[in-house]
Design a protein around this ligand. Structure first.
Ligand code: NAD
Length: 412
């Protein structure tokens, strides 16, 4: 499903329960600003290749736009617009003084050499520097972008601006002004939310079974924290394939194995299965942590679990949502479940602006507190309005906040 249609359906579904001016939908259905740049990069063979990149600034009522930058061959304008809208709602959910932004470049980085990737990252900054800024729009890593890419981009921005604006990007290495705890923040946040839901539905986490789709930054850290809580990870996938072991997979070893450049499916002493059949495995907790549309009307019927914690953005289509809710599955929506990443990005930005840095323990505790506070407020709204659908409640909670500020600003 087109992700922009998906987010619009989600906005409409929340607005149906709210008594707001219809213009709120128009204000939220499309980004306030959208940039579309083509920029040249010199390849190793001396040829020039033109890359296309987008940046979407969805809504800045609550503060400067904030959101990741994705390098992927399937990036589209609508996907970037949708991802920026989800960022607006996510920041509102966890109470951050940010609006939503997102960017993407159409490229498969696996086809580039290290030098080409650096030149692409620097060229991105030259193309987009005028539309971003530490009080305007603050990018961060997303799928296929990382701390090294942020470092090259920050360095290029210093040359362009003639000064170091360290808060211009988040997700930086610690040595370049990054925050302790940022790397694990999103995955750990997913686990914090699973723990809260497990308490509410009285599911003991000790020996609970978990299936993880996507074993990158989010999936691997969510798995690690869930293991700390006593859960058993019984299946894991990446883009190449999947593995399962009903007795439990050693996640720490798997993480080291993958970080050494291996595929999940080459991990020894486990059963290899077809990548997408991971959804057929019965479990207590399912964590989609790959890309949008992973859970759709074609596989929702076969999914058997108690909790779905959306590590990825937009992994569940609205049709699948309905099927899963009917089955009584508790879905922790992306705009809450994976909000730990932007929460710690906000901490990174604040630490950069203050020039004062916190310990990892402090960062992760503040993250957990912020997410639990958001969770409790949304859960209370679910109980008050008798809504079983946490996504709808989270959207209502966010839209209420954003619409109040848009009204104060005179936008509606
Ligand atoms: P990543 O690039 O580190 O990892 C992505 C993982 O998904 C990889 O293991 C990849 O092999 C796997 N994958 C891709 N397609 C797949 C498929 N069809 N089936 C199974 N696995 C597949 O990316 P990430 O940072 O972990 O992000 C994952 C998701 O979480 C994205 O939707 C992203 O927008 C979202 N997210 C990330 C953060 C963050 O801080 N990194 C924050 C919020 C949301």
């Amino acid at each position: 499903m087109n992700p922009l249609k998906m987010v619009r359906t989600q906005i409409k579904s929340a607005l149906n329960e709210m008594d707001l001016d219809p213009v709120i939908y128009d204000l939220l259905a499309a980004p306030k600003r959208f940039y579309d740049f083509s920029f040249p990069v010199k390849m190793d063979d001396g040829n020039i290749k033109i890359f296309k990149g987008y940046r979407s600034q969805h809504n800045d009522a609550l503060g400067p736009n904030k959101g990741g930058l994705r390098f992927h061959q399937n990036v589209t304008a609508d996907e970037v617009k949708a991802l920026s809208a989800w960022m607006t709602f996510k920041c509102a959910v966890v109470g951050l003084p940010y609006g939503g932004g997102k960017g993407g470049v159409i490229v498969d980085p696996r086809t580039l050499s290290e030098n080409e990737l650096e030149r692409l990252s620097r060229a991105w900054m030259r193309a987009f520097h005028s539309v971003i800024g530490e009080y305007k729009d603050i990018p961060a890593p997303d799928v296929n972008t990382n701390q090294q890419i942020m470092s090259w981009m920050l360095d290029e921005s210093n040359t362009i601006f003639g000064k170091g604006e360290v808060a211009l990007l988040t997700g930086k290495p610690i040595a370049l002004g990054g925050s302790l705890g940022r790397t694990e923040a999103t995955g750990y946040g997913v686990a914090f939310m699973v723990k809260k839901v497990a308490e509410k539905i009285e599911l003991p986490l000790e020996n609970s079974t978990v299936v993880i789709q996507g074993f990158g930054n989010v999936g691997s850290y969510a798995a690690k924290k869930l293991v700390d809580y006593g859960c058993k990870i019984i299946a894991v996938s990446d883009v190449y394939g999947a593995i399962c072991n009903p007795k439990g997979i050693d996640v720490r070893e798997l993480k080291q194995f993958v970080e050494a450049g291996n595929k999940v499916s080459d991990f020894p002493n486990v059963t290899t299965i077809d990548r997408d059949s991971i959804f057929n495995i019965k479990c207590d907790i399912l964590v989609p942590a790959a890309l949008e549309n992973s859970i759709n009307e074609e596989n929702a019927d076969v999914i058997e679990c108690k909790i779905i914690a959306e590590g990825a953005n937009g992994p569940t289509t609205p049709k699948a949502d309905k099927i899963l809710l009917k089955k009584g599955i508790f879905i922790i929506p992306d705009i809450l479940a994976n909000a730990g990443g932007v929460t710690v990005s906000y901490f990174e930005w604040s630490q950069n602006l203050y020039g004062h840095y916190w310990s990892k323990k402090e960062v992760l505790q503040k993250e957990e507190d912020k997410m639990i506070e958001a969770f409790e407020q949304i859960y209370e709204l679910m109980c008050e309005k008798k809504i079983k659908n946490m996504r709808k409640a989270a959207f209502m909670f966010a839209i209420e906040k954003i619409s109040k500020v848009m009204k104060l600003r005179g936008w509606c």
